[in-house]
Design a protein around this ligand. Sequence first.
Ligand code: GRE
Ligand code: ZN
Length: 334
Amino acid sequence: MENTDMKGKIVFEEHMAIKETLGNTKAFAGDSGKWEEFERQILDMDEERLELMDKNGIEFAILSNNAPGVQGILDTDEAINVARKANDAMAEAVNKHPKRYGAFAALPMQDPDAASEELTRCVKEMGFYGAMVNGFTQKDVENSAIYYDIPEYRSFWSTVSALDVPFYLHPRMQIEQRAPIYDGHPWLKSAPWGFAVETSIHALRMCGSGMFDDYPKLKIFIGHLGEHIPYDLWRIDARMTFSRRAYRGKRPLGEYFLDNFLLTTSGNFSDPAFRCCLEVVGIDRMFFSADYPFENMEDACEWFDATSVISEEERTIIGRTNAIDYFNLDFLDK
Ligand code: GRE
Ligand code: ZN
């Protein structure tokens, strides 16, 4: 059935792959029996994707590389090359369909200076809208996980802040050796639960690191309706009055979350969770996104077009005008 509800939606947790990162997604597809379809859809930035966007009332999509992508590459030079290749592939799709696609840069976070350089290239030379990074980065050895709140990344954040673009923190799965708590329950490690645990801890580490005191303009997007954080935000601050050992932020954590984070609906089409996010962060910080091809565009749009949590006016704000304002998409009508 054709979905003819809200037209002109804008989405930006929408993934593509290049052959170097395709294997990551194959591993996720596992025994789902959906690999052939995934492979076709994640590699395509042409007809099939555009037709689905048309059919579901999506006018514009900001593309990003699949997870863990560059963050799972152990060799730094290889990470630099693969990031560049993914970004050039997205730039090509954007050049071909400039009214339909934008891009978020994949970044070789293994080397903060190289990540700054690649982001600068993508934003200044190719008109990218920011970065999407797939969680912690591995480096040199399999059993490694580097989080970006540590001091080594302050110069990178200074670049992000100076370029005035957002950083989308996307989930990845914790690696085997570091996550014995998931032993025997591999299903629990990925999108059903572990993705959100991993991403929310990374986001909270950022809040507790002082990086938003150094760079108060930084904007971090997180998807999946806030990776569980909105539901718990009150309790985090409440309990930190009791214990805040080595918390390095100058302000209460919740203030950073409300000032420096923005949320999308990617892959979480739940009315109660959406209501909670709206109440906690407010409509100005909420953006529609789908998470294609891991989610069907139809499922995302059928939910968003019909949810009674919001009015028609609010649907236009969350589905379109917030993104036009935020990304300066002046070529799209308001
Ligand atoms: C996602 O992008 O959210 C995702 C993956 C892999 C599996 C499931 C999923 O990257 O939702
Ligand atoms: Zn995603």
